[in-house]
Design a protein around this ligand. Structure first.
Ligand code: ADP
Ligand code: MG
Length: 296
């Protein structure tokens, strides 16, 4: 018998089905993102160091793509490039057809740390994400909607120090959604949360995606999270020590089936092993002798 772990309980925030004023409307498909021949190199004491190379990628509108790869392989660099916070050394990034020249109001980013302003309430922090020029009443309604969406309607007037890490991260997600982004970029968004909260946040993200479709790129070091959330998983390789021409993208895995996925699915378990092996993790690790070989 297989056990399905669904991390939904009565205490789990469920994305409200209704749409808020200012959102794009249920039929609008968000823009996709195209990366063409992206490279990024940094100057260091030892000269130029390539971090990303020959990256061609198309994120379809409304798709959820997860990025995994060893630490330092350039995942955050990739996310910052798409966010327009950094510029590629070569190649072009297109959003809705036009070449990206910097940050874009159609894109929102959230990080591992919630980065809330400690002296503002959660509602005021979420309001910081509203597009410039939002009318006061429409802004208030949108913030209320988003707080409901992430299950924080009762915490609107609390300050970040008064809430748990999971609640702060939900507020951070709501702030990112406040501008009604077409592209949502998440850099290890649940990495600092405990295991159970992380499962709940994954379901919340899927609920939000269903209620307010966006093109999502999520960086994670958790392969199970990647397989649970994404339509496709991209495995990046580190260029340090790689063949000089090796491109950054090591493998693309299309995740079978449709969401919501069964966390115990056998097909996903096979892909999990494949991804872990791609990350250099031995999935059939045999214990090594610990006494005679390692004298104290
Ligand atoms: N602004 C920068 N200047 C110099 N090196 C950088 C800069 N940003 C990132 N790097 C380097 O690029 C590599 C990839 O970083 P990053 O994208 O943060 O990795 P990941 O998110 O996959 O762990 C690291 O070696 C990092 O030190
Ligand atoms: Mg990173």
């Amino acid at each position: 018998m297989t056990t399905t772990v669904t991390a939904t309980s009565s205490s789990t925030p469920r994305a409200a089905a209704e749409r808020s004023p200012g959102s794009r409307g249920p039929s609008a498909t968000p823009h996709g993102v195209q990366l063409e021949g992206i490279a990024r190199a940094f100057e260091g004491p030892q000269g130029t160091r390539a971090v990303l190379r020959d990256l061609d990628l198309e994120l379809a509108g409304g798709e959820i793509v997860a990025v995994v790869g060893p630490s330092g392989c350039g995942k955050s660099t990739l996310l910052r490039l798409i966010a327009g916070l950094d510029r590629p050394s070569a190649g072009a990034i297109r959003l809705g057809g036009g070449v990206l020249e910097g940050t874009d109001p159609r894109t929102a980013v959230a990080f591992q740390e919630p980065r809330l302003l400690p002296w503002r309430t959660l509602a005021d922090n979420v309001a910081l994400g509203l597009p410039r020029g939002t009318a006061r009443r429409a802004g208030r309604e949108r913030v209320e909607h988003l707080l409901r969406l992430v299950g924080l309607e009762h915490a609107a007037d609390l300050r970040p120090r008064e809430v748990s890490g999971g609640m702060a991260q939900r507020a951070s997600l709501a702030r990112a959604l406040a501008r009604n982004p077409e592209v949502l970029l998440l850099d290890e968004p649940f990495g600092a949360l405990d295991a159970l909260t992380r499962l709940r946040m994954q379901d919340l993200l899927l609920d939000i995606h269903a209620a307010e479709p966006t093109t999502v790129l999520v960086v994670t070091h958790d392969v199970e999270e990647a397989l649970y959330l994404a339509d496709r998983v991209l495995l990046l390789r580190t260029l340090l020590g790689a063949a000089p021409e090796a491109p950054s993208l090591a493998r693309t895995i299309a995740v079978p089936g449709t969401r919501p996925r069964d966390r115990a699915d056998h097909d996903l378990a096979a892909l999990r092993s494949e991804l872990l092996e791609g990350l250099g993790v031995d999935t059939h690790h045999s214990p090594q002798p610990t006494t005679s070989e390692y004298p104290s």
